[in-house]
Design a protein around this ligand. Structure first.
Ligand SMILES: Cc1cc2nc3c(=O)[nH]c(=O)nc-3n(C[C@H](O)[C@H](O)[C@H](O)COP(=O)(O)O)c2cc1C
Length: 324
């Protein structure tokens, strides 16, 4: 598994329907689930680990800080067929801090090391960590490297670094993705100082040109919001970043391939909107993009709506968009 390009874990966004859709656009991208807490997996009533076989390579992101619970969940993930388990050390939300996990774990590198070791002891798939470059006033390069060094010593050799720090008080999670300055050089420096580690950078990446520039310094790039809001930006990922020359589906072909998926979802009792809400940005930047978005938004939630929604929405698009 080459982790040159990955789609970031995003709560409410990178669910199994989005991931199925994203996989039609890039065969190679590594796809992350939304963060799932160990508490939800162990005590919850739903199945939080379901995914479609087509999604591979797919990584489960866990939220938690109890080594035994994380080990238990990592084992379940491996049994279910996930290709990787990732620990969230980047989320600054109050709810997550109250549970003593997410970004606040940067202040407890030894605990993160213990978590990673407990997981690695019971699985053979990679155990990886997604982190920030610092928290609050603890934002020096030395703070970051102490964290990386401690966690790497426990056996973790794959990190994704969201290249901005998080403020644990006073900023919402959304503001914490926008306000703290992006310092890509911190991630580059980690790669220079820990050359044996696999380091990906995340934060603010919106084009494949930017990906290529980061890949001059690093092993991988992780893209979040742009891969969700403008998903067809991934269409050239395979060719440009992986040298995979297989043909890419056009936007219309992607829609056509989503129709049987949506049919299955609806016949299993699901609602059209749960799938199509992830497809609103497919035509971004094309003629008719707004029309596409509006058609889906206005019709997908109507009672009894079937998979013909997608065919109808596509038929309503200008020819230029359908052919691109
Ligand atoms: C709606 C939303 C939900 C997110 N949920 C998670 C999450 O569950 N776990 C996580 O590690 N990061 C989460 N993030 C942060 C992203 O993974 C990523 O680090 C951040 O958006 C910066 O990357 P970007 O600029 O490419 O979007 C979320 C971001 C968004 C926009």
């Amino acid at each position: 598994m080459k982790r040159t390009f990955s789609v970031a874990p995003m709560l409410d966004w990178t669910d199994r329907h989005y991931r199925y859709f994203a996989r039609l656009i890039s065969r190679q991208a590594l796809l992350y689930t939304e963060m799932v807490t160990t508490g939800a997996i162990i005590h919850g009533k739903g199945d939080y680990l379901g995914f479609n076989e087509e999604e591979h390579p797919v990584a489960l992101q866990l939220g938690g800080s109890n080594p035994a619970d994380l080990a238990h969940c990592a084992k379940l993930a491996e049994q279910r067929g996930y290709d990787e388990v990732n620990l969230n050390v980047g989320c600054p939300s109050d709810r997550v801090q109250n549970g003593r996990f997410g970004a606040c774990l940067m202040a407890e590198p030894q605990l993160v090391a213990d978590c990673v070791k407990a997981m690695q002891d019971v699985v053979s798939i990679p155990v990886t960590v997604k982190t920030r470059i610092g928290i609050d006033e603890q934002d020096s390069y030395e703070f970051l490297t102490r964290f990386i060094d401690t966690v790497a010593s426990a056996g973790c050799d794959i990190f994704t670094i969201h290249a901005r720090k998080a403020w644990l008080q006073g900023l919402s999670p959304k503001e914490n993705r926008e306000i703290p300055e992006l310092i890509y050089d911190r991630a580059y420096q980690v790669k220079r100082d820990f050359a044996h580690l696999n380091i990906s950078v995340n934060g603010g990446i919106t084009t494949l040109e930017q990906c290529e520039a980061h890949l001059q310094h690093l092993d991988g790039v992780m893209v979040g919001r742009e891969a969700y809001q403008n998903p067809y930006m991934m269409a050239e990922v395979d060719q440009r970043l992986y040298g995979d020359d297989r043909p890419v589906l056009s936007r219309a072909e992607v829609v056509e391939q989503m129709i049987p998926y949506l049919e299955r979802h609806i016949s299993n009792g699901g609602r059209a909107n749960h799938v199509t809400r992830h497809m609103l940005g497919l035509f971004n930047g094309m003629p008719g993009a707004r029309q596409w978005r509006r058609y889906l938004a206005q019709n997908a939630h109507l009672p009894g709506m079937g998979a013909e929604l997608l065919a109808d929405a596509l038929a309503s698009m200008p020819e230029a968009a359908r052919e691109a």
